[in-house]
Design a protein around this ligand. Structure first.
Ligand code: FMN
Length: 359
């Protein structure tokens, strides 16, 4: 079970090869007319089997509302979303039940739960649980009128987008299977993924997400701050290994005079900064500048090749070869998931800011 948020709360449940996956979403304002087309669109962006670069599992990902919705609008009560698993083939996992895949959560699930764990398709660790997160993210986006959130792939297999892409051009990333907004780099990335797949290997990369239209003043100091909440949500995405904001790890190599974002006032009388090395957050609180975060994803651990492991039944060395359907690179499919995390955290921050201002 995994819960994000304080007022806008999203609790995820489910397994890859069980009956389905779902989310209980609390804090949706009563009367909010749910934009189901927008939700379907986001779910379709995350869905597997859309291009030759992803796993060929085919899921319809039709969200069913079990509670909290009447005549298409939120009632204010907890909203339960359920998405059935339909294209399940657990046979490849039965043969490797006792053989944990290196790099996956098979071993740690066994260490925590023993033989009762659901070993099929990664069980609760599967990225399948991010489908209801994306559905919740679609609701969060509706609650964030005026805030635009867009993600894109900036690095795969060490191949980086060489320049900053303007916000308006980020939508162009959807036109390429890699979700990279720079067409030349996108082709190089695609070749790297195809090559890795043909070699029985996988590659990782980095998703950048930006949010524009945020007012200054959302968030708070310390662990309740926007950076902490965003990092918590983003690192919970399967295969996420690191999160940075603005200049991120590069800040460690900059001088203060280079890194500080000088303040200015825009035509509308709002305080702005001339640069945005802070990534739109100072002291855990939004500055009003675009929020910029990057999430690093590891290469997919399930590989169609022999890997050394241990047989957990005999405790003897063994070899495992993954036979299921897998993404040779999870990064393109992670883009709508990263956006959904940001939407959920920002919707919560908005409600918290409104609650604080009332006091
Ligand atoms: C969109 C997406 C798709 C994924 N697909 C696969 C996959 O096909 N095979 C796999 O082994 N891991 C896949 N993963 C990653 C695993 O779920 C993840 O590595 C595993 O649960 C262990 O968690 P950790 O890497 O966060 O430690 C995917 C992750 C994402 C975000």
């Amino acid at each position: 079970m995994s819960t994000l948020g304080t007022i806008f709360r999203v609790t995820l449940f489910g397994e890859s090869h069980g009956t389905g996956v779902g989310a209980v979403v609390e804090g949706v304002p009563a009367g909010l007319k749910l934009d189901l087309d927008a939700m379907r669109h986001e779910l379709a962006r995350r869905r597997p089997g859309q291009s030759k670069l992803t796993t060929q599992r085919k899921e319809e990902d039709e969200a069913e509302f079990l509670s909290g919705v009447m005549h298409g609008a939120a009632t204010g009560a907890p909203l339960a979303i359920f998405i059935r698993n339909t294209d399940v083939d657990s046979r490849p996992y039965d043969a490797t039940r006792d053989l944990p895949r290196p790099g996956h959560a098979d071993f740690t699930a066994w260490a925590k739960w023993g033989p009762a764990r659901d070993h099929r398709g990664g069980g609760p660790f599967s990225a399948r649980t991010t489908a209801p997160l994306v559905a919740a993210g679609a609701i969060a986006r509706q609650m964030l009128a005026g805030v635009k959130i867009a993600g894109h792939v900036v690095e795969i297999a060490g191949i980086e987008v060489p320049h900053e892409i303007p916000f308006a051009a980020l939508a162009g990333a959807e036109g390429h299977a890699t979700r990279c907004a720079d067409p030349t780099t996108a082709v190089l990335m695609e070749h790297a993924i195809t090559r890795a797949r043909s070699e029985g290997d996988s590659v990782g990369g980095v998703v950048e997400v930006r949010a524009e239209g945020l007012p200054a003043g959302w968030g708070g100091p310390g662990a309740d701050g926007l950076e902490s909440e965003l990092a918590r949500a983003l690192l919970a995405i399967p295969a996420a290994r690191g999160v940075e904001f603005g200049a991120g790890f590069r800040a460690a190599r900059m001088k203060g005079s280079e890194h500080n974002d000088a303040f200015d006032v825009d035509h509308a009388g709002h305080v702005t900064t001339r640069t945005n090395n802070s990534g739109g957050i100072l002291g855990g609180i939004s500055t009003g500048m675009p929020l910029v975060a990057r999430v690093a994803f590891k290469p997919t651990s399930s590989l169609p090749r022999k890997q050394d492991t241990v047989n957990l039944a005999t405790m003897k060395p063994a070899v495992v070869e993954t036979k299921g359907r897998h993404d040779p690179c999870v990064v393109p499919r992670a883009v709508p998931i990263v956006e959904a995390c940001v939407a959920c955290v920002l919707a919560d921050a908005k409600l918290r800011a409104a609650a604080e201002n009332k006091r």
